[in-house]
Write a protein that binds this ligand. Structure first.
Ligand code: GTP
Length: 614
């Protein structure tokens, strides 16, 4: 199908009272993208297709994982009661790592559809998204989806919505995005109940930037909600954040692809091509003004803060240049990843990357491997720790190698702090005991315990982020047969008794294997790591001692006795060519080895260790 092409559009006819800007928020898989497609079909922005492939989920990884990562927006024209409306749908990502993107999309809307699966009911992310929208003071329309499923219980879900969000159960729309049942009620409900944007077309130009990306053909594209005034090609506008001046090269709407328009004006949402050279010049939450009328900027966003840092290294060091190039290209389309160069004695040259969360990290790694054919080792993720020194200075630690050693801590450090989160967990009540034990073992403190209905429990816990970014989610799924849903938001820093654990091979520390953890866990983790490493290293011609240490104290130890290895032993003198071949093979194998404390460790052993690590 070809998307509709409008040519250069005239949008001036649409005054603010004919415009509605809305988004859809939902827990993962509750049907956002399917509903978005149905609405675009209804308004004939796209034609109906058999394969039901979602238009708004563009990236390959998104399609494979079935999650929306990058928010995409699309415009619709819709006739209602004899009047023509311009409806702008702003799609939002569906995972907790991307809450930042959800809030930036919401800031451009006056209303949102809160979509809940009729079989699954309210999930953790429904709650988180509701509060994001509630905090922005926009109209929330509850919609119960998938009512065609045999297991659907729309009445029960409606009463959960009433209990959790104090919205009358009878206000919920009940639809099936898949079969289109009742989907025709949605756009009229948006027009009736979502306020139109309150801008002034005659006032000087002012717009809010809420998304941007890099386009191979035109460069940086910015999505903006025009607050006041109007703008057209050739106008000069200025960024409140950087005070840089830009010329407008093109304006348009997403229909659903970029479709140029003669202008954009108050209330409208559309894309801008400016003479911006790099994506890093576009700051989400920035306000743009007519360069002659600089007013008060819109309240800014809290910028996306990377909360999970990990080292990335090529398995084969010869791939460094290629990988450098691939990472640079990939960050062009994902400006929330922060990149720094890093050198490790064990793994060579690489990078330290900051991600919004572990899913974000996984998506990035998967794209590197799939789209750029990269072979990489990724180290255990670290959260940013804060160290406050007695002299008043402060340091943010993103790499365990930078963490102060025990002597430094006792002499110079006032406190070490770790980032905390407030988490929401929703699950059937029979799993309550196990889930409370799990949260307790992860140093969690319970904040709330409510029943959404007679069988579903909502728990709120305050937990250290470090405990959440490893395998917490996986364990939660395991303990609840897959029924628990989980979401979290940042909640400041707390003092904590943290230590750096080093892994030492024949008295030499392996920097890539250092981690920061709570003192109470060091021994357990140390014993586990040392044992697993022993399983992965091959015996060598001398004895190997593998130790885990905290400061000068050895907390775990394993030894491997020496072995004599002679690859030519099997050749009884005569066959010289076979002997040479074997020797060459051994040499080849050695190229990929690193000698640490005289012990040869293959990159593959590192890879195996990292990928199975807690
Ligand atoms: N039976 C039924 N299935 C539906 C309905 N709406 C969506 N689905 C299915 O539910 C699954 C998830 O739908 P998506 O539209 O991808 O969900 P999403 O909320 O956009 O997911 P993310 O982008 O990952 O957040 C898909 O397999 C859809 O076909 C519905 O009304 N009925």
């Amino acid at each position: 199908m070809q998307p509709n092409s409008l040519g250069s559009m005239e949008l001036e006819a649409f005054k603010t009272d004919q415009i509605r800007n809305f988004s859809i928020i939902a827990h993962v898989d509750h049907g956002k993208s399917t509903l978005a497609d149905r609405l675009l079909e209804l308004a004939q922005t796209i034609t109906k297709r058999k394969d039901n492939k979602q238009v708004l989920d563009k990236l390959r990884v998104e399609r494979e994982r079935g999650i929306t990562v990058k928010a995409q927006s699309a415009s619709m024209f819709y006739d209602y009661k004899g009047k023509k409306y311009l409806l702008n749908l702003i799609d939002t990502p569906g995972h907790m790592d991307f809450n930042f993107e959800v809030s930036r999309s919401l800031a451009a809307c006056q209303g949102t559809l809160l979509l809940v699966d009729a079989a699954q009911g309210i999930q953790a992310q429904t709650v988180a998204n509701f509060y994001l929208a509630f905090g922005q003071d926009i109209k929330i329309i509850p919609v119960i989806n998938k009512i065609d499923l045999p297991s659907a219980e729309p009445e029960r879900v409606a009463s959960q919505i009433e209990v959790a969000f104090e919205m009358p159960a009878e206000e919920c729309l009940k639809i099936s995005a898949k079969s289109s049942l009742n989907v025709d009620q949605i756009l009229p409900s948006i027009i009736e109940s979502v306020p139109s944007p309150s801008g002034d077309v005659e006032a000087p130009f002012k717009a809010l930037l809420f998304d941007s990306w890099h386009d191979t053909y035109v460069g940086v594209v910015c999505l903006m909600a025009v607050i006041d005034g109007r703008v057209k090609k050739g106008d000069k506008i200025v960024s409140a954040h950087s005070e840089r001046r830009y010329e407008v090269m093109e304006t348009g709407i997403m229909y659903p692809e970029q479709s140029p328009t003669a202008s954009l004006q108050a209330g409208q949402v559309g894309y801008f091509v400016l003479n911006m050279k790099a994506l890093s010049e576009s700051h989400v939450g920035d306000t743009f003004f007519d360069y002659k009328h600089i007013g008060t900027p819109m309240p800014g966003f809290v910028p996306a803060k990377p909360m999970v840092w990990a080292g990335i290294f090529p398995i084969d060091t010869a791939d460094f240049e290629k990988l450098d190039h691939s990472i640079a290209k990939l960050t062009l389309s994902d400006s929330s990843v922060l990149v720094q160069k890093e050198t490790s004695t064990a793994l060579g040259q690489g990078w330290r990357l900051g991600f919004l969360g572990t899913l974000h990290m996984d998506v990035f790694r998967q794209r590197l491997e799939q789209e750029y054919d990269a072979n990489i080792i990724i180290t255990a993720p670290t959260v940013p720790y804060r160290v406050e020194y007695r002299d008043g200075s402060e340091k943010l630690i993103r790499n365990p190698t930078e963490f102060p050693d025990t002597d430094e801590i006792s002499q110079k450090v006032r406190s070490v702090q770790e980032p905390m989160v407030r988490s929401t967990i929703i699950f059937p009540k029979e799993y309550l005991g196990d889930i409370m034990v799990l949260c307790g073992s992860r140093r969690g403190v319970q904040l709330e315990h409510t029943y959404l209905d007679e069988s579903r429990v909502l728990l709120k816990y305050r937990l250290p982020l470090a405990e959440v970014v490893t395998d917490f989610h996986q364990e939660l799924k395991g303990k609840s047969s897959g029924f628990a849903s989980f979401d979290y938001e940042e909640d400041g820093y707390d003092d904590a008794d943290l230590v750096k654990m080093n892994i030492v091979l024949n008295s030499k520390p392996v920097d890539a294997l250092s981690i920061i953890l709570h003192r109470s866990q060091a021994e357990l983790v140390g014993r586990d790591w040392v044992k697993r490493l022993k399983g992965l290293l091959s015996r060598q011609l001398f004895e190997i001692v593998i130790q885990a240490s905290v400061g000068n104290k050895i907390i775990a130890r394993e030894g491997m006795s020496a072995m004599r290895k002679n690859v030519t032993a099997k050749c009884y003198g005569g066959d010289v060519s076979r002997k040479m071949k074997l020797l060459n093979k051994q040499k080849e194998g050695k190229k990929r080895m690193k000698a640490i404390g005289g012990v040869e460790v293959s990159q593959e052993a590192f890879y195996d260790f990292m990928s199975k690590k807690k």
